[in-house]
Design a protein around this ligand. Sequence first.
Ligand SMILES: [Ca+2]
Ligand SMILES: [Ca+2]
Length: 343
Amino acid sequence: MSSPWPCAPAQAAAPPLCPVGQAPQNAFFDTLENPASGNWTSATLSGVNHWDLGAGTPPADIYWSGFATSGVYSFWGYNYDFVGDSAVAMTASVAVPAGARLQFSHAYGFENDPATFYDGGVLEYSTDGGSAWTDAGSLISAGAGYGGVISATYTNPLGGRNAFVGESWGYTASQLNLASLAGQNVRFRFRIGTDDAFDDYGWFVDDVRLYTCAAASSKFYTLGPCRVGDTRNPTGPSGGPALGANTTRTFPVGGLCGVPYTAKAVAINVTVVNESDYGNLRLYAAGGALPGASTINFTASKVRANNAVIPLGTGGEIGVRCDMPPGSTGQTDFLFDVTGYFE
Ligand SMILES: [Ca+2]
Ligand SMILES: [Ca+2]
């Protein structure tokens, strides 16, 4: 490293993928955890190739383990102390939807004096299948942007170009607005240029995503009726004992009966039986606020059933509040079957 490492460096914050209330819809997303994916290849434009220190034989040598934002793999392009111009590029183009964005995580340390940037990296895109490449720096809309111009005084093949230069101070992320590329088939590449002396950490890249943002909507999935919990069964998380008067209990739902842990709510049929007093049950997302309205009302010794949609709370659980008259020592058995879920 030719530049000092300050104690409190300013690091560009990784931007949120989408505005609040929206979620990414991926057109392309690679966590780089499969070195055999064939999604990427490296190319030497001149001099040394920087992307050759990872595990495996080419093209798997572009994958480096031990410094990643997902899983274990990222790309690593080493800032060699030799003249070089090389890139890691997507092997296929992606049709860019309207309103698309590109975001990737990266960390870099390129050789510099405080005022002179000898080495650096640029992001480029191609709309003709990888023949011609255009600098993508002007599309960066959030997160880390280019930090300066690579010196043209020395021997860097990218001398004179704006680039990611100096230090990122650990992982950050950059986001690009791809609105101007909508309707085109586009691929990207990460390109490093270095001069003939002094090395540095280089460039680590992970989690490359091309996507749009859409309202985080819920979709309903039907399940065959399946009993999730029954307090008549032996004591356990999904079984007994019966619900006591004016007590609250949680029941696991996520992970049972085909309901995924990611489900937001479940459609259930609720049954009460063996009531020894009158009252009602209120079902709600575990850990959430107790609702004012009851899910099912009952009198003593009458089987009752009702349908309900209940949101899932902490850990995919529902809470069940059993209300009976004050001072009651009554209890009731409770069972519920799931018929579908929202995700
Ligand atoms: Ca990864
Ligand atoms: Ca250098």
